[in-house]
Design a protein around this ligand. Structure first.
Ligand code: UPG
Length: 462
């Protein structure tokens, strides 16, 4: 019998399902590898989906320890300026991080390492130092967007030059990025997004490594430039450990979408979802209705009209037109509220995915080999869309611009969905991505090796 003590790893996610979901997956993967895992979550959460999933996850995974970081109220919340509540929460967690040290010391088992969301690095670094344990950054986006975030301090000090003259950003040693793909908020020094990214990018060199939900094959040339050629010398090694394996979400009753999907022919349905924190405008909803009504394919539309789920009170009939609902009742399904996307994408009826390119969604599409029509809305999503296109997993119509900047017409949507569902080369490309993603996580695969090496390198305290 082995007498080796397992490492004890604390996981510190930030806010929003896009930042929480990867931690649930990572927690299960670490526990399966015999680590003791403590998940630290901030309370209260922004969305109902976060609090519901934290309770359900802990209930079904009793081997995972849990600590709650009670947030101290922020003066910024009283401000009437409309600031993204998820960005505010990133900031609020950082402001409350002084509570983390005492919280972690309440754990009976000494810690071996901390895995911390990128947006919390700067404030967490001194705590890891005090505890004499290594801190790994967890980045939940694409390698391309991570490199842009790492370069943000340089951008911030040259903003006038970039804003006025450049059509591209050239990070030395990496392929140029179109200026039109850079989220405007990152170029606005007064924006909370820019200040969060710049502050935390400065803390990246203090991390042991950057754990990422991707795999070697998907980002081969970027990883080679960053890890082997060291084109950003201060950046610690990037550690691709994905796609993070889907964990089993227990079924909460029989959702109607399951039986609906069961009755659809193979690869006949296009799934439309913009993640958990992207609202679609009423005008865009109208145009999407037109496109879906005309297109010959069936559809399953996960419809969200508010940024935070707690604010979403409208029924389908309040949002969609009667005529659209009547005309599409035999070929379409509308989902309101949470649906298990990993399960939907795994269903053989799904033939394509219209997505905002949130990175978790992209890795889920990669895992299932579902071709993507990229429709980036904000943040990292244009940069992610390019990565998805380059890997052969998706199509991207650049003219569609950012979600809020352009209403895409119904005919354009119809045309692109036809392309998504009929392009055999794309389907073949997506199958190849699936195959490579599975190879990466199987025993001895590239992601499996990277994660095992990280675990083995963590020293177990006595
Ligand atoms: N999901 C469901 N059901 C739903 C809605 C979401 O299962 O009804 C899941 C989805 O499968 C995914 C996650 O929730 O696992 C959503 O994550 P993601 O696809 O990345 O989208 P966002 O929620 O928009 O994520 C935010 C940012 C995105 C960024 C990501 C990771 O909007 O741009 O890439 O965080 O940093």
């Amino acid at each position: 019998m082995s007498t080796t003590k397992p490492p004890h790893i604390a996981l510190l996610p930030s806010a929003g399902m896009g930042h929480l979901m990867p931690y649930f997956r990572l927690a299960v993967m670490l526990a399966k590898r015999n680590c003791v895992v403590t998940l630290v979550t901030a309370q209260p959460t922004v969305s109902a989906a976060e609090s519901d999933h934290i309770s359900s996850f802990l209930h079904h995974n009793p081997e995972i320890n849990h600590l709650e970081l009670q947030l101290t109220p922020s003066s910024q919340q009283a401000d009437s300026a409309p600031v993204d509540p998820f960005f505010l929460q990133f900031d609020l967690i950082s402001q409350s991080i002084h509570l983390l040290g005492p919280l972690l010391s309440s754990s009976s088992l000494p810690l071996s390492a901390m895995f911390v969301d990128f947006v919390l690095l700067a404030k967490t670094a001194p705590i890891a130092k005090d505890l004499h344990i290594p801190m790994y950054a967890v980045s939940t986006t694409s390698v391309q967007f991570l490199s842009l975030m790492a370069y943000a301090p340089v951008l911030a000090s040259n903003l006038t030059e970039f804003n006025t003259a450049s059509t591209e950003i050239k990070i030395p040693g990496l392929p140029p990025m179109a200026m039109s793909s850079i989220p405007p908020a990152l170029l606005d020094p007064s924006h909370i997004f820019a200040s969060i990214i710049v502050a935390n990018a400065q803390a990246l060199p203090g991390a042991e490594g950057i754990l990422m939900n991707t795999f070697e094959w998907f980002h081969e040339s970027m990883l080679s430039a960053l890890n082997k050629d060291r084109v950003m010398a201060s950046l610690p090694p990037i550690l691709p450990i994905g796609p993070l394996e889907p964990y089993h979400i227990p079924r909460d009753g029989d959702h109607f979408y399951r039986s609906w999907l069961e009755n659809q022919p193979s690869e006949s349905v296009v799934y439309i979802s913009f993640g958990n924190r992207t609202a679609m405008s009423q005008d865009q909803v109208r145009e999407l209705e037109k496109g879906l009504e005309k297109v010959g394919w069936r559809f399953c539309w996960n419809l969200k009209t508010t940024k935070v789920d707690k604010d979403d009170h409208d029924d389908v009939e309040d949002i969609l037109s009667d005529i659209f609902l009547k005309r599409t009742k035999n070929k379409g399904l509308i989902i309101r509220g949470w649906a298990d996307q990993q399960e939907i994408l795994a269903h053989p009826a799904i033939g394509g995915f219209v997505s905002h390119c949130g990175w978790n969604s992209m890795m889920e599409a990669a895992w299932q080999g579902v071709p993507v029509l990229a429709w980036p809305q904000h943040g990292d999503q244009k940069v992610n869309a390019k990565a998805v296109e380059e890997a052969g997993l998706g199509l991207w119509e650049r003219d569609w611009d950012w979600g809020l900047d352009r209403i895409v017409k119904g005919e354009e949507i119809e045309r692109k969905i036809v392309e998504l569902m009929t392009d055999e080369k794309l389907r073949e490309g997506a199958r190849k991505v699936r195959e490579e993603s599975r190879k990466a996580v199987e025993s001895g695969g590239s992601s499996d090796r990277v994660l095992n090496n990280v675990i083995n390198s963590v020293v177990v305290p006595f």
